[in-house]
Design a protein around this ligand. Structure first.
Ligand code: 5HY
Length: 369
């Protein structure tokens, strides 16, 4: 009885969410087998994706499988998603950005051969935005979902304290602490991978101490991706004063030979949320100048808040433009598919227990799990 109720609830919630995506009632009916009349009653109710994710998680805990075909036109951020779910465990893929059908004939094609010890189950990806701008967390989670594989569910979170944007060393200290807070709070949620969505990769090492799941910083991911497609790349970022942070990461990750220059636009991070042509044109101009001055072949966007501008800039510049958020998502999926986990023998072993004082004390207890 419970299953049916939840299944119906999930399907109708998903349909409501699909309504937000201009799908005709007829089409939704054809895909879900739920009578169109039901839709008219639910037309004005929008349900966010997180709700669907939660419902899916509930269903999984009940080990119930539901087949829903969700063909939705993804917003072109970078690349089309690649369906990879095994036919036997057809589960509801999260509504946004997936292109998977269980009823199409190719769905019977066996999934790519992955190591048998790592079955292709849905992957839970935690995207942590180290600043406290909920709008930026949302836009980066959207970009992440637009390239995520069919079975990858993206959960976006930001700290409960700290700066709305990270544009200085002082901001970065709290950004890193915010990452540590969110890692501690998510420690029992079983995320399969984590993305730190700020171009300074704040708190990356600390986060890796708190989980065996792969943790990827968007700067590190972007540098790797750019070095696969060009012998030299240039970074275009926000405030010029934060260029030093990117310079230090280039050295830390060993990209001195491929990173040919780092350029600030002095566009404040939070101004990116406004978007608009004027802003895009300023970044485009800075990128053109960098390509010329550095003789580089690719551009790396030096802020997570630029993720939604990536496709348009690539179109205009005609060179590879790399956004770290989407690059990190695909690398996280690759590491999980390869069954690779963060080492626990050396410096990424859990922090040693000790007394903690003050407001952060709750974050310091029972660290050795
Ligand atoms: C970022 N700051 O990606 C960095 C960009 C920067 O709040 N998110 C931020 O300027 O370092």
């Amino acid at each position: 009885m419970v299953d049916e109720q939840l299944k119906a609830l999930l399907a109708s919630e998903t349909i409501k969410a699909m309504h937000g995506r201009d799908m005709t009632a007829r089409a939704a009916e054809a895909r879900t087998g739920i009578a169109a009349t039901d839709f008219s009653r639910s037309r004005n109710c929008k349900v966010d994706r997180d709700t669907i994710d939660r419902l899916i998680t509930i269903l999984e805990r009940l080990d119930t499988s539901v087949e829903v075909d969700l063909t939705v036109t993804p917003r072109p951020v970078v690349a089309k998603a690649q369906p990879a779910l095994a036919p036997s465990r057809a589960l509801v893929a999260t509504a946004a950005g997936h292109n998977g059908s269980r009823s199409a004939p190719w769905a019977q094609i066996p999934p790519p051969s992955v190591p048998s010890s790592h079955p292709t189950r849905p992957m839970n990806l935690l995207l942590i935005n180290p600043n406290t701008s909920a709008a930026m967390t949302h836009s980066m989670a959207e970009a992440a979902r637009s390239v995520a594989a069919a079975g990858t569910r993206v959960t976006g979170r930001q700290p409960s304290f700290g700066p709305a944007s990270i544009e200085s060393h002082f901001d970065e200290v709290f950004g890193a602490a915010g990452v540590a807070e969110q890692m501690r709070l998510a420690q029992d949620e079983g995320f399969d991978a984590v993305v730190i969505a700020c171009f300074g990769d704040p708190g990356l090492d600390a986060a890796r101490e708190l989980t065996t799941a792969p943790v990827i910083g968007i700067a590190e991911a972007a540098f790797h991706a750019a070095s696969f497609v060009a012998t030299g790349f240039s970074v275009v970022t926000t405030m010029t004063r934060t260029c030093i942070t990117a310079e230090r990461l280039v050295q830390r990750y060993g990209f001195e030979r491929t990173c040919r220059g780092i350029h600030g636009t002095d566009i404040p991070v939070l101004a990116l949320e406004e978007g608009g042509e004027e802003l895009l044109a300023r970044i485009e101009a800075a990128a053109r100048q960098a390509l010329l001055a550095d003789r580089s072949g690719a551009i790396v966007l030096g802020c997570g808040g630029m993720a939604s501008l990536c496709a348009a800039l690539q179109q205009r510049l005609g060179v590879p433009v790399v956004d770290g958020v989407t690059a990190a998502v695909k690398m996280a999926e690759a590491l999980v598919a390869l069954g690779l986990k963060t080492e626990k023998r050396g410096d990424y072993a859990p922090p040693l227990p000790k007394p903690w004082l003050g407001w952060a004390a709750p974050l310091g207890v029972n660290l050795r799990k």
